[in-house]
Ligand binder design. Structure first.
Ligand code: 3Y8
Ligand code: NAP
Length: 242
């Protein structure tokens, strides 16, 4: 299974409990990823060809893509590689968040659009998007940015504060954090799920606008949205799965 999300960890616990012969795969994006109750591999496969070779060399019979909705490259590679290797693929994906009463969301389709949506007048922006997409915000140096990263890193923007923290987060924590930093805007990814949701509920409580970036579109693939459905998909042929 291709992991790196709360849902992936949930599925890993079920697979381990049922003694399904599975391997958990991390990209190796963070220094100390959460340990999993399954044999774990860390690092890229080497593109589509690398993944095809891995599937064949390890006699993988099923692939579950439980990566984050923004891990689009991995998901695209998995679709092509599994088709090429003739290995069935199932995506385990959480639904996007939907705005509720009292939410002030501006939904956009790219990081660049999010930068453009920030005001010209100096603001205090909570960039809760990790570390891989921060460069475009240098185009608006007039703002103070609060960055939340999984691992420490040198400040990538001229006026920024860094908080090193690993989710899942709580609403209380995010209300306190945004109050302490006098945040006026949030930029976030529409990740869905529970692990990153707290800041949106905190934003509603504080009446702070959220610039929410839509997830990238992916080619057609089989999708399940709960562990039981993934186990059922695997259960009919419960043998070696990734
Ligand atoms: C390496 C594995 C689990 C999985 C936990 C979820 C929840 C906490 C919330 C904020 C948003 C963000 C970020 C975030 C969350 C969960 C989940 C989720 C968002 C770890 C993990 C890996 C990563 C990679 C990391 C990215 C970054 C994104 C931080 C582990 C902790 C912003 C996404 O420093 C970096 O290079 C970080 C890179 C990809 C996005 C980015 O582009 O920077 N996730 N996050 C996985 C691997 O190596 O394969 O270290 O344990 C996993 C989790 N992060 O088991 O409980 O399921 O979403 N991760 C976003 O959603 O916007 C933080 O701060 O509010
Ligand atoms: P990405 O851009 O879609 O993938 C880039 C490359 O990283 C892939 O082509 C692959 O390398 C490697 N890779 C990605 N996920 C992998 C995995 N689970 N196992 C092995 N290799 C993997 O990926 P990303 O957005 O950087 O995400 C990396 C990891 O962080 C994923 O596990 C994802 O679930 C997790 N994550 C991402 C986000 C996010 O916002 N992007 C949020 C939370 C968690 P090769 O081409 O060499 O095979």
């Amino acid at each position: 299974m291709l992991g790196g999300t709360t849902e992936a960890s949930l599925l890993a616990r079920s697979l381990a409990t049922k003694n399904v012969d599975a391997i958990f795969s991390y990209a190796g994006r963070t220094e100390t990823p959460v340990a999993q109750p399954l044999p774990t591999r860390i690092g890229g496969f080497g593109g589509i060809a690398g993944l095809v070779a891995y599937l064949k060399a390890n006699a993988i019979s099923h692939v579950v893509d439980a990566t984050h909705p923004f891990a689009a490259q991995m998901s695209r590679n998995a679709i092509v590689a599994c088709a090429e290797a003739g290995v069935p693929l199932l995506a385990f994906e959480r639904a996007p968040w939907q705005a509720a009463e009292g939410d002030t969301w501006i939904c956009l389709d790219s990081i660049e659009a999010a930068v453009a949506a920030l005001p010209e007048a100096a603001a205090r922006v909570f960039l809760a998007i990790g570390k891989q997409n921060l460069a475009p915000f240098a185009a608006k140096p007039q703002h103070h940015y609060l960055l939340r990263l999984v691992d420490p890193a040198p400040p990538p923007l001229s006026d920024c504060a860094i908080v090193v923290d690993r989710g899942p987060f709580s609403v209380e924590n995010d209300i306190a954090l945004m109050t302490q930093h006098k945040i006026t805007h949030i930029v976030a990814k529409n990740a869905g799920g529970t692990g990153a949701r707290a800041k949106l509920d905190a934003a509603r409580a504080l009446q702070i606008p959220v610039i929410l970036i839509d997830r990238p579109s992916l080619p057609e693939r089989k999708v399940a949205d709960e562990v039981a459905k993934v186990l059922q998909w695997l259960g009919h042929q419960a043998d070696r799965g990734v």
